[in-house]
Design a binder for this molecule. Structure first.
Ligand code: SF4
Length: 179
């Protein structure tokens, strides 16, 4: 069975309907609402909102310190207190351009297979065609992440991480860290 129907079957078995509770957009445990975003996703949000890159995203908070090197991988959506900055009461202000992670939560597919995170929406009836739609988004997200990760690995392999200043390594290159 190919990946897409396999995922759609698993989603139907688990059951899922988003209850619009906003729980996954709030920090319920440390880092639980970190939303990794790539440049294309940030560009879409910039276009939709008119906000700048820095108003939307900040560096992934876990920095790696190795000798004179100080770096982190990629960007996350900015948060205000314990909430995603785009969470308005319990609705998403950027719903049409929300990142892949938000489109596919609570389902995550990676080299370890499909993981279903705790979510009140699981066990609900899946709407007609919704399992296939979520499965398509999971496949697109996985392909996008694989592509991003490969570009980042190539940068790390090139050994060009500068010493003495914090930087962010993303799929487009090495950027100065700004929190
Ligand atoms: S972008 Fe929208 S769906 Fe994603 S965490 Fe923020 S408020 Fe929630």
């Amino acid at each position: 069975m190919s990946l897409l129907p396999f995922l759609a079957d698993r989603i139907r078995e688990a059951g899922f309907s988003c209850l619009r509770c906003g729980s996954c957009c709030r920090e319920t445990e440390p880092g639980s609402n970190l939303v990794m975003v790539g440049h294309e996703e940030i560009s879409d949000i910039m276009e939709h909102t008119g906000l700048s890159f820095g108003e939307i995203a900040e560096p992934y908070p876990d920095r790696i310190l190795e000798g004179d090197l100080d770096y982190t991988f990629g960007w996350v959506l900015r948060r205000t207190g314990d909430r995603c900055r785009f969470l308005d009461e319990s609705s998403c202000q950027i719903y049409p351009v929300r990142p892949w992670i938000c489109r596919t939560y609570p389902f995550v597919f990676d080299e370890n297979g499909l993981t279903i995170h705790p979510c009140e929406g699981t066990g609900q009836n899946v709407g007609s065609g919704d399992a296939e739609k979520i499965a398509q988004d999971i496949c697109r997200r996985y392909a996008y992440e694989q592509e991003q990760d490969e570009k980042i690995r190539a940068i790390v392999r090139s050994g060009t991480i500068p010493a003495g200043r914090p930087v962010v390594i993303d799929a487009e290159g090495i950027k100065d860290y700004h929190g």
